[in-house]
Ligand binder design. Sequence first.
Ligand code: HEM
Length: 169
Amino acid sequence: MQSLQDKASEWSGVNRDDAFAIDQINLYEKLGLQTFISLSTNFYNRVYDDEEEWFRSIFANSKKEDAIQNQYEFFSQRMGGPPLYNQRRGHPALIGRHRPFPVTHEAAERWLHHMQLALDSTTDIDSESKIKMMNFFRHTAFFLVAGDELKNPKQGIACKHAAGKPAAV
Ligand code: HEM
């Protein structure tokens, strides 16, 4: 059976080495906390203003300021900075924390679209760091999609004994 990491690689098109190239360099030391704050602010300004109502509504129960802080604290600690996220929120457990939300393939692409634009409009992020970060984001986004599908595993093909019977629900 394919692991969630394998599915993430297949669906994102990013292999594990590229996804975790963020660990070859300390991006937090290179970019600084303020850059992460700007990135998450740019990102969530776009998300909360998204013209696509279906995507915007996924965030309807979260306050923008809280979402920004959750994100930049997580990114900073994951990319070599102090454990601000863990101190305030505990273990990230990203699949569990995304459980209430519909993290579909389409939602992942929309999330990544906004993140690419946010990276491009955040000054002080060099292009090599952007590529590393985007590979990590892309792989993680599809890791979350794979986790989301565990909520509603697709029905397998019915065996011959089920022929003519209504599908199980
Ligand atoms: C794939 C599409 C994604 C969707 C639809 C999505 C959706 C959401 C939503 C609705 C929240 C709640 C906002 C808040 O209160 O903080 C959230 C939180 C969060 N997301 Fe995502 N997300 C996605 C991808 C990602 C990715 C790729 C990452 C990491 C690289 C990530 C990291 C986080 C973190 C750290 C939080 C804060 C969790 C908490 O402390 O409660 N998300 N996400």
